[in-house]
Design a protein around this ligand. Sequence first.
Ligand code: HEM
Length: 436
Amino acid sequence: MKSGIANRLLWSWRPESPREANDAIVKNMWLHWFPSKVAKRSISFSYSFWLGTISAVLFVILSITGLILMFHYTPSMERAYTSMKDIDFVTSYGWFLRGVHRVAAQLMVVSVFLHMMRVFYTGAYKKSPGCMGNRPSNWIVGILLLMLTLALSYTGYLLPMDQLAYWAMIIGANVAASVPFVGEQIKMALIGGTIIDQNALLRFYVLHCFLLPIFMFLLMAYHMWRIRKDGGLACVDQISLRHGNGVASPVSTKTYSLLGITSGMDIRAQTLSQIEEKDLIPSSPNLVRRIWLVSLGTMVITILLAIYIQFPLEAPADPTMAPNPAKAPWYFLWLQELIADTTFTILGMTVNGAFLGGIVVPSILLALLIVVPYLDRTPTSNCGVWFPRERLTQNIIFTVMVLLVITLICVGAFCRGPSWVFYWPWEQWPVLPVNF
Ligand code: HEM
């Protein structure tokens, strides 16, 4: 990479001295949140696959394209669909902008999920003996980020107001309504009434374009800040443990508060000073160059996919004509499948799958994910290591869960026909009368 053509084209910065490399970080408004040196292992591709960074870059792409789309989209029942059509066919490069936004949204769901898997398999949610920070809390922040990513995708889904959007929304609202005692109230709060109309559209628009992105931005900032305060990525702990170094004492004169939100000196920072020089490299150019490459790679892939994948709108939303089958967005298909699988009749009574499969099972899964760092009692010394032997059981259980979710998504996507009847992908669906 030192003298390659890619290096010359993309990056020519070569600091002459450690001082110059350090200055490049601390004097730059954007770069000064990076440490001046990083552990070599923490910027290696094989440790993190840079999935967190990829998720962050996708969020930036979504914010920029979303902002431009807002100039062209009208959040009204009468105009929403036609303004989307205009974006596709009238606005210059509107189809491209919408394509990039849509591809980035789907990629972000995938990358955030893969990032969570990576963190799990490396046990990076644990508080290791080499770490004075609080990784378990950053794992919980991560779960919130995953929820927010899904919420952003879902709220964006309604905005085009085509058949797909409308009926996906109905499915979501009905699941919310199935919560015992307060279901109808939750549905009312979600869609602003009993039917999907202007109120629902406006709510989803405000959530999608303002509240959720702002919340996401703040939480992402907190997530990154926590990583620094936890002493960098978990693999760094391994290096200090290897050298027999314990934990650095907190500097008594320094506080680690974030805008005063977190007060006091109790959030201690592990310092890189415990790590030997040979395990460290200057952030500039090493970390910065990799961030550039990851960002450019993410952008190129998103753009190429947006050019090659078409996202045609369906017919305008029609409350009187339900498509059959009406399917949720792919990342929620496992829930829709769970709902179908847990709806059954016993002794003449129908068990409501919307509540069991749509609320109870996902809530249990969510609760399990949240408490995972506190349930995991395996030795903390393997924190930051891929697939350590001691965590075999945890990894197997987690993998089975992930495979189950993926299987349910595939069944929902490829094997469900009219009235949610199971068909193999190669089987022909029967032709049903409209509105069957
Ligand atoms: C919008 C979503 C997210 C963004 C932008 C994000 C960003 C990042 C970044 C940039 C890193 C540094 C390492 C890397 O690039 O992989 C990181 C690390 C981390 N993330 Fe995330 N993250 C997100 C979601 C999540 C989720 C869903 C979880 C877990 C449930 C999570 C838990 C963690 C933890 C525990 C670390 C420290 C890992 C280590 O020490 O090895 N994050 N995140």
